[in-house]
Design a protein around this ligand. Structure first.
Ligand SMILES: Cc1cc2nc3c(=O)[nH]c(=O)nc-3n(C[C@H](O)[C@H](O)[C@H](O)COP(=O)(O)O)c2cc1C
Length: 328
């Protein structure tokens, strides 16, 4: 059944979704997620207590995390029933942002498989509107709230105001689409102050999401500073910045299988250098069960993915969970 659904989705992706103009494909996908009750079908999940992991002291029913991309709580609610052990909301900023103008997302066929390049630019409803919506979202699985800002004060405010509604809070200091966030990795000293101040603003376990474009800075400055500030979970990581003339900004963040090798290498190095002082969410390029297993074998505490959810469909979580269960 799982295999049949995976094949059907591939036919749908190759035959329909990948042929539509990107904005229409996004609209179709998000409308389907809002309206169709896929989450009522047990085939998309695999409940097995043996798959549970603990992240920052929070029990996840399994190690799969939907990475940050959606802020619509109807979609987050649906995703919580689609096999993930936790779901991450899109990064929220203190005020609403329209994001960058279209084209802000394009597909990229790579030799490794289908990927995306986006310059979304943090389109989000802002703190007040998101908080009102997320306050009504039941947590079928743990919810990770992602925050992004320009100043230490922004992160403190966001962590304080959103912390009560999430199970964990993630500091996005790595999205390559706006100077706003990407530039933090060029100012590691300020990042230390940010993490110290923000960790005092919430009691929830904290995650720092880092950029694969700054491996040396991450290792030498950002992760040590995070540990000193009491932030023990590293999400490695965000998209990789590339030039992309089709996008309105001329550049964007690459996601999907082309970044998998970097995800694995960054995970292995971080585990080697920091040992069990860090918990690591390995994110970037997972679109098949064997990739998730390789990351877990290399020491990942949990696995994040977004692009695989689009290119391989909601059945991917179940496929990975079956592979995990089979070798348990
Ligand atoms: C359209 C789009 C929007 C995204 N928005 C965010 C965001 O708001 N915050 C964030 O931390 N990451 C964001 N990401 C990055 C993903 O969470 C993830 O780190 C990245 O896509 C790599 O994983 P993947 O290869 O499995 O997609 C976004 C990615 C895409 C494609």
């Amino acid at each position: 059944m799982t295999h049949a659904l995976a094949t059907l989705y591939r036919l749908f992706y190759d035959g329909v979704l990948s042929r539509l103009p990107e904005p229409s494909a996004i609209a179709l996908g998000q409308t389907a997620l809002r309206l169709l009750p896929f989450d009522r079908l047990p085939v998309f999940r695999l409940d097995d207590p043996g798959l549970a992991v603990v992240l920052g002291g929070v029990r996840l029913p399994n190690p799969l995390i939907l990475a940050a991309m959606y802020y619509d709580t109807r979609i987050l609610h649906r995703a919580m029933g689609l096999g993930f052990g936790a779901v991450t909301a899109k990064s929220i900023t203190t005020t609403a942002r329209p994001g960058h103008p279209a084209p802000n997302l394009v597909r990229l066929r790579t030799s490794a498989g289908p990927g995306l390049v986006n310059c979304n630019g943090f389109a989000n409803p802002g703190l007040a509107a998101f908080r009102a919506a997320v306050a009504r979202l039941p947590h079928r699985v743990p919810l990770i709230l992602s925050v992004a800002g320009e100043s230490v004060d922004d992160y403190v405010t966001l962590a304080r105001e959103l912390g009560p509604f999430g199970d964990l809070v993630e500091f996005n200091v790595s999205s390559p689409n706006t100077r706003l966030v990407y530039a933090w990795s060029e100012r590691p000293q300020e990042l230390r102050a940010l993490m110290e101040a923000a960790s005092g603003a919430t009691t929830k376990p904290l995650i720092v999401k880092v950029s694969p474009d700054f491996a040396d800075v991450n290792e030498r400055h950002i992760i040590p500073a995070a540990l000193e500030a009491g932030v023990r979970i590293v999400n490695y990581g965000n998209t990789r910045r590339i030039e992309e003339p089709r996008l309105s900004q001329g550049a964007g963040g690459l996601s999907g299988p082309a970044i998998f090798d970097a995800t694995l290498a960054n995970l292995e190095r971080t585990r080697r250098v920091f040992g069990d002082r860090v918990e690591i969410i390995a994110t970037g390029g997972v679109d098949a069960p064997d990739k998730a297993l390789r990351l877990l074998d290399a020491g990942a505490t949990a696995i994040g993915y977004f692009t695989g959810f689009i290119t391989r469909g909601p059945i991917l979580a179940r496929q990975i969970l079956e592979a995990l269960q089979a070798r348990a």
